[in-house]
Design a protein around this ligand. Structure first.
Ligand code: TXA
Ligand code: MG
Length: 393
């Protein structure tokens, strides 16, 4: 029932037509695939929430065309109420818009009364982003209207970075997926809130490095504490998010530098907790076979490894591959995923910081027991590629 559409001009027009009539469709962006619907159409938005099984307390990001590249244009489009902002806030918003849009940066600003409550989960603010993927921009141009689009995964799951990933998340739940290839960035946009007094708070690290924002504004961003439960007042900060179905353990150092295993991976503990104790290892960079072999020796369990970088560490390559490799391991016949951290100082800045954020969240205690999470369809190709057998479901 769900169809992947190649990005021909006719198909792009078809998707624009579906969206323009209040329907929903999965679309590519430079960060991750989104599940889009008209931002000012409450029924389309309700359909997005239902298809994703997303709780209504988690607000959506509104995507806008490149023509609206100023605070004044956002006011005019009835998205933002910039009267609520003081002069410093306006200056900072305009600077960010001018310098960093289009791109993977989402700004949370006071909302115009015409933005439906379902879009913002009743919050007085709206999240806005100008994507730079040419297909998303073409759709926005054809529509002349903003599109709300959360990542096109079921709630709490790994975001999709290819049309095939969207299919494995939402097959049978939506009609069309517009195929825009593999996402260039691979992690979601950086989300920041601009308060009326000009304070800028980081809500989610992502595709735009925090240092780029801080250098532009010449101020440090205010950091928000993560919350471990679903808290409507800090929707982007829910700890257990971006989670594979399998438990994920984040190591404190690359396997080849490890002297001690964490408690859960000690021989004995591992085999008593999991039937087979098979491990999927997410290697940051370097020789993955060597890392797999060492982990196998340390914990006495079979290990299959996937790597974020083909050779040396490269943060852009790692972020592009993060979710697809995590998804690959999640769909395998293994019991748990063990992930290496980004190497050294790269964990603290740029895309490395965003990658560590996603890995930390994936490793956080889950809000629901694993058994309660809905099953995702199994992806067949993985078995062929590595020769490892998948679990029959
Ligand atoms: O890169 C992206 O941002 C992707 C692509 C599709 O554009 N979209 C995406 O959407 O990641 P989603 O819904 O998965 O994440 C949006 C985040 C959520 O954590 C949400 O809680 C937060 O933005 N958010 C949205 N509106 C907000 C608001 N008014 N105040 C605070 N956080 C908000
Ligand atoms: Mg998401």
């Amino acid at each position: 029932m769900t169809k992947i559409l190649s990005p021909t001009p006719d198909n792009v027009e078809l998707v624009a037509q579906v969206l323009g009539q209040g329907g929903i469709a999965a679309i590519p962006t430079e960060t991750v695939y989104g599940l889009a619907g008209l931002a000012l159409h409450p029924e389309a938005l309700a359909h997005i929430f239902d298809s994703k099984e997303r709780p209504h307390f988690d607000p959506l990001i509104v995507h806008i065309p490149t023509l609206w590249k100023s605070l004044a244009a956002l006011d005019e489009a009835n998205l933002v109420d910039s009267k609520m902002l003081g002069p410093l806030a306006k200056k900072r918003a305009d600077l960010l818009i001018h310098e960093l849009w289009p791109g993977p940066l989402t700004l949370v600003l006071p909302k115009n009364a015409l933005v439906p409550d379902i879009c913002t989960s009743g919050l007085p603010t709206v999240a806005l982003r100008m994507p730079r993927h040419p297909l998303t921009q073409r759709l926005l141009e054809l529509l002349g209207q903003p599109l709300a689009a959360p990542s096109a995964n079921r709630f709490g799951r790994i975001s999709p970075t290819s049309a095939k990933d969207v299919l494995s998340e939402l097959d049978g739940r939506i009609q069309y997926i517009l195929d825009g290839g593999k996402c260039e960035i691979g992690v979601e946009s950086t989300v920041i809130a601009i308060a009326p007094d000009g304070t800028v708070t980081l809500l989610r690290p992502g595709g735009t490095p925090i240092e780029a924002i801080e250098a532009l504004l010449e101020i440090p961003l205010v950091r928000q504490e993560r919350v471990s439960t679903h808290a409507p007042e800090a929707p982007g900060m829910i700890e257990s998010h971006y989670a594979p179905r399998k438990p994920l353990i984040l190591l404190s150092a690359p396997v080849l530098e490890l002297s001690d295993l964490p408690e859960t991976l000690q021989p004995g503990t591992l085999q008593s907790r999991f039937a087979s104790g098979k491990i999927g290892l997410l290697v940051a960079s370097g020789n993955k076979s060597q890392s797999a072999l060492k982990l196998q020796e340390l914990c006495g369990s079979p290990v299959i490894a996937r790597s974020l970088c083909a050779a040396d560490w490269n943060a852009a390559e790692a972020s592009r591959n993060l979710f697809s490799q995590m998804r690959f391991l999640d769909e395998f016949d293994i019991d748990l995923i063990v992930a290496e951290p980004c190497p050294g100082p790269s964990a603290k800045d740029g895309l490395g910081f965003a990658i560590m954020d996603r890995l930390t969240r994936a490793a956080a205690p889950r809000n629901a027991p694993m058994e309660d999470l809905p099953e995702a369809p199994i992806e067949k190709k993985a078995e062929k590629k590595t020769g490892l057998k998948k679990k029959a479901k």
